[in-house]
Design a protein around this ligand. Sequence first.
Ligand code: BG6
Length: 470
Amino acid sequence: MEHLKLKPFPKDFLWGASTSAYQVEGAYDEDGKGLSTQETAPIPEGTTDFKVASDHYHHYKEDVALMAEMGFKEYRFSIAWPRIIPDGDGKVNPKGIEFYNNLIDELLKYNITPVVTLYHFDLPLALQEKYGGWASRQCIADYERYTRVCFENFGDRVKHWLTINEQNMMVIFFPYPSEKDKYQANHHMLLAQARAMIACHELVKDGKIAPAPNITCIYPATSSPEDTLAAMDYDQLRNRMYLDTAVFGKYPEAFMEYLTQRGWAPTFEEGDAETLANGKPDFIAFNYYGGGTVKYISEEEAKVAIEKAKGSQAEFMIGLMTEPGIAQNVQNPNQKQTSLGMGIDPVGLRVTLRQLWERYHLPLLITENGCGVPDKLEEGDKIHDDYRIDYLRQHIKACQEAITDGVDLMGYSPWSAIDLISTHQGCTKRYGFIYVNRDEFDLKDLRRIRKDSFFWYKKVIASNGADLED
Ligand code: BG6
């Protein structure tokens, strides 16, 4: 619906931006830090590793000062589990605690609210080697212990916590020996998350905690009833399995039946159902990069499509997005794309916000959304990233429309505060408001440069979202 008048952003709206530890910090083996699964995974050819990243570990004061200059009200960053407990389950590393204490204090000096992700893909490598990481139930207890160390050390100053970044992407992307193993690992993460939520409420006075999956509305490819059902089913698999379990403490029924009939349902041990029911989030954080579109595909058709795609370029996408008997992802002709092929769908953000609010009735925080493309450094240290400004402007407008629709939106924290290393496309895929002067293999001087979007976002924040013009 079109509104005649848009409501203003709430006075205490959390304007800011996000990063994650392994993508921005560097210092990958300094001051006692253990290795993570991310720093040791194969690196795609032609792209950098994560050893130095944006060297935020050594530049954090300068970086926080730049965030303060933009007027940030919040900054979402992650704590690297292997910096705090290098081998995942052993001794706490005092230097790791010191680094995050310093970072948090620096943020508070400028009245920037820290929003902390406890785990952003970077599992301690030692736990992967010791017992296969999330494949083992032991990981639940080790994650809980780590989160308790964080709550005890930082909970006096950090009141906003996020449990696990994009658990759904980890389940969809990471290879597992079988479907049963995949859903068992997922179950372990859900239990770990519930225990972290319980621990946060026990240890952090006025603490608020949320899951942080990657959520997107799902469009049916056509108006056929089969495609509409496929969109509903895929929504359960992609979104609701993570949020229903977090908020209502229960898996969505239709999806659980699908798993059970195929022998893939996770094994519940005594107490699991109670743990899921007792862990309660205070808000929902989610990352949004564009709507998804699906058509129905039967089990038979899916088998043929998967077989046909083997060895071809399409194999990756088919493997990733096709769930036999549920849905197949299709390209949406109504959606624009960035130069690197990521969807641009601000209306989908409004749809997603509405769906989440109407289903869960918990305050929402957008913890990622952004335009990752190469930038050009021009004479006189200028970066004219009008494409990024345009992208962000449209999504911020969608937020305001959703607020006018009645959605309780706490804040907007796009990806990313500063340039960092993409998960799999190196550092030339840039998202930041702050440019970091380095190339894939030449670290140059790592100096920080304000992009055009830096000055634009500063104006947006100063006007509390009222001024979105150039
Ligand atoms: C999200 C992740 O999936 O998307 C981030 O939480 C990631 O870690 C971001 O960087 C953008 O994706 P990519 O692949 O472009 O880095």
